[in-house]
Design a protein around this ligand. Structure first.
Ligand SMILES: NC(=O)c1ccc[n+]([C@@H]2O[C@H](COP(=O)([O-])OP(=O)(O)OC[C@H]3O[C@@H](n4cnc5c(N)ncnc54)[C@H](OP(=O)(O)O)[C@@H]3O)[C@@H](O)[C@H]2O)c1
Length: 265
């Protein structure tokens, strides 16, 4: 597989790093990386599999999977630029541009091109992205190609396109929400007497452990909570205090506010 990433900014870079890490698993023979100013990614150009270019058309010409990772406002211009180079029989186009619908991409490239919308998150650079995927009719037929990339970089879920905005809030913005929870529990640990580096380690590993407990056991959060809440004990005392102050409600309201905002943009 030859992959191009058009627009190697924050997310494009994370995807590139993830692909380079797993290039053997996904049989990636070449990785074309583009941006207008290549100076920030020059170091990647030293790797034999990587080809750096500011020429999007050239990157498309020599690849079979094209991941477009420019800003939503830049997407149409890039699509116009590459449209004559896109071969419906050879290319699969994957867009990660937030809020840009498959219909808008088809309007430029045509309905005969396999198009997939992907919503990964920045944990893709460490192989732990939750990536939601949806495609047009041909894109859905080529979904295994997108899954082979994104499954090597975390987990994937195929969803209806109408749920893409919600997936963006839960998974892409979700990284920020979980970071803030880790920061808050770190600050709490500092107040309870730990140095900040120790506090963050305690918080991060406990967060990872909680998620892994659920993933490995496939149990429900409340089942795991029941196991650690001794009657009249300190865990239920703390948990109930957090709930009196609106923990669950505030998180849900935040997700809904984020969803309302994304639908206005
Ligand atoms: N960050 C996230 O967590 C996240 C998650 C899911 C989806 N997304 C989506 O991913 C996309 C990228 O987000 P980002 O945060 O990575 O943005 P970003 O850091 O601004 O990256 C966009 C990159 O595109 C390049 N670019 C602009 N015009 C170009 C062109 N004509 N040809 C080639 N490259 C071009 C820019 O570099 P030059 O100026 O050098 O060209 C820039 O590095 C957005 O659509 C966003 O909605 C982001």
């Amino acid at each position: 597989m030859k992959i191009a990433i058009l627009g190697v900014g924050n997310l494009g870079y994370s995807i590139a790093v993830g692909i380079l890490d797993k290039k053997k698993d996904m049989n990636c023979k070449a990785l074309y990386l583009t941006k207008r100013n290549l100076s920030s990614i020059e170091h990647l150009g030293k790797l034999s599999v990587v080809k750096l270019t500011a020429d999007n058309k050239r990157a498309v010409k020599y690849s079979d999977v094209v991941i477009i990772a420019v800003l939503p406002s830049q997407l149409k211009k890039v699509l116009e630029e590459i449209k004559d180079q896109v071969d419906p029989n050879n290319h699969t186009i994957i867009s990660v541009a937030t809020g840009r619908e498959i219909e808008e991409i088809e309007a430029v490239l045509g309905q005969d091109v396999p198009i997939i919308r992907a919503m990964p998150n920045t944990a893709i650079s460490v192989g732990e992205s939750m990536t939601c995927l949806s495609g047009n009719a041909l894109g859905n037929k080529n979904m295994t190609c997108a899954k082979s990339i994104f499954n090597a970089l975390g987990q994937t879920l195929s969803i209806a396109e109408k749920h893409m905005q919600a997936a963006t809030v839960i998974c892409a913005s979700g990284i920020a929400f979980w970071m803030r929870l880790i920061r808050a529990t770190t600050q709490g640990a500092v107040q309870l007497g730990f140095h900040s580096n120790e506090a963050q380690k305690l918080s991060m590993q406990t967060c990872l452990g909680a998620a892994k407990l659920l993933i490995d056991s496939q149990s429900h959060p409340e089942q795991e909570i029941d196991k650690v809440t001794t009657p009249s004990g300190c865990t239920i005392e703390g948990l109930n205090e957090m709930e009196h102050n609106g923990l669950s409600s505030s998180l849900i309201q935040g997700l809904v506010a984020s969803y309302q905002k994304i639908n206005e943009i």
